[in-house]
Design a binder for this molecule. Structure first.
Ligand code: 13P
Length: 242
């Protein structure tokens, strides 16, 4: 279960969240918990999470190791401060910052080289879904994004853009249909290893819909935006089985 805080929370707010959240989920053993605060909170969060099983993630990364790239952060820098994961190819980055499949692919390869696990995001817009192009978009994003990428070190996250921040969650049937397609595509790329690749669902996940989404065969976890900003709701999502 991964929390994507997006551009939310100051350092003080990050500290307050984590200090309250850690004891609440201490008894959770069978769920991998990942939290992705903004860059400015990573260092502080890393220190607080040090003796816990909760993994730290960044929300983006650049593909070069170092150099004259003003404003960017490298995979080595993220590893250095204790990040175990990085989110790559989020639809907001593709949409607002013009990230292409090729850039996403370069970022994935650079991150794996530095032992950062990748949360690789894909998903169609409402317009694409209504035009019957969902599978075509997923196929392109997977084919291009995963060029020369091995089967290990990353998870996929299916986030239909029309479900992000809208309160309009994909139904379990819609989620399963897309996840099944993704699994089949991964099988064609990686053979049997595709069964081990986790596929997360993201888009208006809440404590109310988590159970029905997690019941889908090919939904292995979730990437949560809005509902991850409050301790109570993210803890309920993490503990959905109880
Ligand atoms: P919401 O949960 O706010 O819809 O955001 C989903 C998302 O984009 C997570 O990466």
């Amino acid at each position: 279960m991964a929390a994507n805080w997006k551009m939310n929370k100051t350092v003080a707010e990050t500290q307050a969240f984590l200090n309250e959240f850690i004891p609440v989920v201490r008894d959770v053993k069978d769920v991998e918990i990942v939290i992705a605060p903004p860059f400015t909170s990573l260092h502080t969060a890393s220190a607080i999470l040090k003796n816990t099983d909760i993994k730290l993630s960044a929300q983006d990364v650049f593909y070069e190791d170092k150099g004259a790239f003003t404003g960017e952060v490298s995979p080595a820098m993220l590893s250095d401060i204790g990040c175990k994961y990085v989110i790559i190819g989020h639809s907001e980055r593709r949409q607002y910052f013009k990230e292409t499949d090729e850039i996403v692919n370069r970022k994935i390869k650079a991150s794996l080289k530095h032992n950062l696990n990748v949360i690789f995001c894909i998903g169609e817009s409402l317009q694409e879904r209504e035009a019957g192009k969902t599978f075509e978009v997923l196929n392109r994003e997977l084919t291009e994004g995963l060029k020369d990428v091995p089967a290990e070190g990353w998870v996929a996250a299916y986030e239909p853009i029309w479900a992000i921040g809208t309160g309009r969650t994909a139904t379990p049937e819609q989620a399963q249909e897309a996840h099944k397609y993704i699994r089949e595509k991964l099988s064609s790329l990686y053979g049997m290893a595709a069964q081990e690749i986790r596929i997360l669902y993201g888009g208006s996940v809440t404590p109310d819909n988590i159970e029905s989404l997690m019941r889908c065969n090919d939904v292995d976890g979730t990437l949560v935006g809005g509902a991850s900003l409050k301790v109570d709701s993210f803890a309920k999502i993490v503990k959905y089985k109880k």
